[in-house]
Structures are given as C-alpha cells and as structure tokens.
Design a protein around this ligand. Structure first.
Ligand code: NAD
Length: 498
C-alpha cells in the first residue's frame, strides 16, 4: 500500500505524523493508499520554511515570476493525463470531468501569467507643488489554502497561482480523501523552477486546520468547503489576526419561466443537477417551475437523466461516477427517504443502483423529487449528490421570493426567452453568480468567483482581480525631492527672488 507524505521545502517529508487516513477508491470501495496526517511540529516546520523562502521570493522580479508561471502552465498541460487519473482514482468523477476541472483550474494560471499587468500601481504627479503619490501592492507573507474534496485540482488552483505570483509562500492543506493532485502539483512547480519552500503541501484533518488558524506565522487563509466549517475558519482566523476568505456550501436554485424553451432547459438542468454526481458547489439541486410547467419539465428532465450512464470514472462509456464515500451515499439516501416519508414523490429513483463488477462502489443513479415540503431537510440542506428537487410557484414574484429566502447565495439561474424578465432577475436575485439560460454560471478566472450569504464569508471573492487584492496589501507612497532641479526647485528659485 502506498503511503502519501507531505511536501515541504521542495521534497517529500514524513515528519512525526499524528495518525494516518485511509484513502479508498469510490468506484471499488477499496483502500489503496494511506495519507500521513501532520502533527503541530510538522506544520511549524512548513511555516518556518515558507516564511524564510518568502523573504527571498518577494524580491524576485516580476519577469522571473511570470516565466515560472508560464512554465508551470505548460507542464500542467503536458501532464494533465497523469493528474486526471489521480483525481479519478481518489474522487471517482469521470476522466473527462477530471480533465475539465484541470482546464478550468489552469485558467487561473493563465491569469497569473499576466500578473505583471494585474499588479500595476497608480501614480499622480504634483498633487501638491513638487509632491507626487504612487501606490503599490505587496504580498501578505505566508498564505494557507484549505480545500474541499470535490475539485482536487481546480479549487487549489483558484488559490496558489495568484498567491505565489503576487510574491507569497503557500501552504496547501488538501482534503484528506483527495490529496494526490496537490502533491503532483508540487512536483510540477519544482520542475517549473519555483524555489523550494514557496509551495508546500501539509495534509491533516481538523486539528491541522485549527493549528493553521491560530499559527502566528500564517498571514492569510483561503478556505473552500462546507458552510459550518467556513464559519469556524472565518471566526477563528479573524480572531487570530488573519486575513480570511471562506467560501461555503450552496443550494443553488434555477427558475424556469413558462415561456422558456423547456426541452433546452431540461437538457441543461439534467447536466447541472447530475453532472459530477451533483458534487459541485455550482450544481443545480433545485428548480422552481413557474406557472404550471412542472410536470412537463419533470418528464423532460427524467428523459435526459435516464440516458446518463453511471459507472467507473475510468470507463469511457461512463457519464457519471460514484459519490465520494459510503457515508455520503447513506446521507443522501437518508435525505431522500425523509422527504418521501414527509409526502414527496420520487419520480426518478437512483437510490438502489448497483453497478456490475463494482458492487462495493458508492454509486447512485440520478434522482428527481417533486412535491417536497419546503420545510423538509432534503430541500433545506445542501444535498451534494445526484438529486434534483422540483418545486413550484405561480408567478415570477413568488419564485424569486423562494430563491432569495435560501440562506445560501452561491449561484442562481433563470430559463426564459424574455429579455426584460431576465434583466429583472439578474438585478433582484441574491446570489454572487447568476446565469441567464446558463445553469452553472461559473465565471472564467479573469473574473472573480464567489457567492453571497452563507456561501462566502469575508469580503473578497476568489481568483481574478479580487484574488490579487486578497493576496496583497496596498501601500500609498507620497514623495517630495527638495532640490534646485525640476518643478520644486523652480518654485524655490522664484520664492528666493521675491
Ligand atoms: P468540508 O467542509 O467537510 O471540508 C473542507 C476542508 O475543511 C477539508 O480540508 C477538511 O479537512 C477541513 N475540515 C473538515 N471539518 C473541519 C472542522 N471541523 N474544522 C476544521 N477543518 C475542517 O467540505 P468537503 O466535504 O470536503 O467539500 C464539500 C463542501 O465544499 C460542500 O459544502 C460544497 O458546497 C463546498 N464547496 C464550496 C465551493 C465554493 O466555491 N463555494 C467549492 C467547492 C466546494
């Protein structure tokens, strides 16, 4: 059995592990690897190494930093097959999905390749006689990134390319079930010429996260995960003087208006609800069908969903892999059971799916639920599985009220052919990322990504321009050069003559 170590100071590091974590393959249920979990002393070592390396790295020219980012981008492209296989093995998603997440993550590297432009400051000449002002942004120091299991490559890439390109050192704590993409990233950075100690991977569970949140040597924390943990991270991190951005969970709703092209909507809703087994923070678990279209829409979505082939992520005929763990499957099935008991109708049922040859895998089929009481936990919780709940509203006003009553506000979408209706929705909806006939409106990486309400704690979204701002501190410099040359000197001469 393979043992996965940390990556500190440009090499694998064993340290004094507190414990180990068994990593299983969700398609087979078999434990294939063990992951070492860091002790506080291991984290101390990583922080010390990162802080020392960062003092030199922040002085490295922008030209050199950009060169390393370009090399890293190419290495990621050349090695995406290896990385995708590691993701499928540990996460279970399909191979094309894994390639897709690497490509979306690489967008942040593309943006980081232009960090010289993104870091430009401002300058005003002669704000007072002989006095100028200019601004610059400088790195915060040592940044920690704490990541969820569902995008083992993309979510860390929302963080480290910008943190590093802006002159920081980075310590990544991957989710324990899916750490290999992070370790592989470390090897690629080394090959790209990044100095040792600037990118480190420290694995652990909540003890390690607590140690990061209180560690005096860590200056900023980027967190992506569930809302309860986001609250812990935000509160503890801020109490300990750190800059924190904490992206939380979601329960994204789409409104389907009666004038929408229902066939088009159904195709995209099916992909958004069941793609990656619903384990996306931008997945679409709830649809609000407006003005009586619910039955036709449910039938059309079911028609699409029945075509989804569930199986091992490495099988090229598979459209949807397993969920992450036996516990996750039990939780999702339990929520569907509870809704059914409360009177909901399960119009497409994926609870009992068994895949031949993979009987111990954590598979579920696409599931559609209608008539779900709105106080039932299937609707109020984040499902994070391949389940679509269709609720109803008579009017747009009723629908938007339902959407905005959600305590989450990550993404939301409307399906309509009425431009005025769409414009009103984009203005009124309380969510950070909004789609018009686009069910998963994840912004490209040169824009920033982030939700509202319980989907993001902190005031800065991740990657794009807000990412640059998060990983840097502003400085405004006011300067005067009292001498006889130039504008100030001329004024002095004039004053002397008087
Ligand atoms: P999680 O919150 O369980 O874990 C996230 C990270 O926090 C992991 O590294 C984990 O080790 C650590 N952690 C877990 N419990 C902790 C605790 N009690 N104290 C301190 N640290 C702890 O999330 P997950 O199950 O890995 O990922 C799924 C969740 O992430 C979903 O809620 C999903 O919506 C969310 N997510 C959000 C976004 C977004 O952009 N908003 C993106 C991806 C995933």
């Amino acid at each position: 059995m393979e043992t996965l170590k940390h990556w500190i100071n440009g090499e694998y590091y064993e340290g004094q592990p507190l414990d180990t974590f068994d990593i299983d393959n969700p398609a087979t249920g078999q434990v294939d690897k063990k992951l070492l979990l860091a002790s506080p002393a291991d984290l101390d070592y990583a922080v010390e190494v990162a802080a020392t390396a960062q003092k030199k790295w922040r002085e490295v020219s922008l030209a050199k930093r950009v060169e390393i980012m370009f090399r890293m981008r190419q290495l990621l492209l050349d090695n995406q097959d290896t990385m995708a296989r590691l993701i499928v093995e540990e996460h279970g998603k399909t191979y094309p999905d894994a390639i897709g997440e690497i490509q979306r993550g690489r967008e942040t590297l593309d943006f980081a390749c232009g960090i010289n432009t993104a870091l430009k400051g401002e300058m005003s000449y002669n704000i007072s006689t002989g006095v100028d002002i200019h601004t610059m942004r400088q790195p915060v120091g040592v940044v920690a990134g704490i990541c969820p299991f569902n995008f083992p490559a993309m979510v860390p890439m929302w963080m480290h390319p910008l943190a590093i390109a802006t002159g920081n050192a980075f310590i990544l704590k991957p989710a324990t079930p899916t750490p290999s993409a992070s370790l592989f990233t470390a090897e690629l950075y080394k090959e790209a010429g990044l100095p040792d100690g600037i990118f480190n991977v420290v694995a652990g569970e909540k003890e390690t996260v607590q140690a990061m949140l209180t560690h005096p040597g860590i200056d900023a924390i980027s967190f992506v995960g569930s809302t309860p943990v986001a609250h812990i991270v935000q509160e503890t991190g801020v109490k300990n003087g750190k800059r924190v951005q904490a992206l939380g969970g979601a329960n994204n709703h789409a409104i389907v208006m009666p004038d929408a092209d229902l066939k088009f909507a159904a195709k995209h809703i099916s992909a958004a609800a069941f793609g990656a087994a619903g384990e996306r923070c931008m997945a679409l678990p709830v649809v609000v069908a407006v003005g009586g279209v619910e039955d036709e829409l449910a039938d059309l979505v079911a028609e699409e969903a029945r075509q989804i082939r569930v199986g091992s992520g490495m099988d090229q005929n598979t459209d949807m892999g397993p969920v992450i763990s036996a516990a996750a499957k039990k939780r999702i099935v339990g929520l569907i059971d509870s809704a059914e008991k409360a009177g909901a109708t399960v119009t497409l049922d994926g609870r009992d799916l068994i895949i031949e040859g993979f009987e111990n895998g954590y598979f579920m089929g696409p599931t559609i639920v209608t008539n779900c009481p709105l106080d039932n936990e299937l609707y109020t919780n984040e499902i994070f599985g391949p389940v679509l709940t269709i609720i109803t509203a008579q009017t747009y006003e009723e629908a938007i009220e339902l959407v905005n009553a959600s305590p989450f506000g990550n993404g939301s979408a409307i399906f309509t052919n009425d431009g005025g209706m769409a414009r009103r929705f984009t203005h009124e909806v309380e969510a950070g990322m909004v789609g018009v006939n686009v069910p998963i409106p994840t912004p490209v990486a040169y824009y920033s990504f982030g939700g509202w309400k319980n989907s993001l704690l902190g005031d800065r979204h991740i990657h794009g321009p807000e990412g640059v701002s998060f990983y840097t501190r502003g400085k405004a410099i006011t300067s005067r050069w009292p001498s006889d040359s130039g504008a100030y000197g001329a004024t002095m001469t004039f004053e002397r003559e008087e």
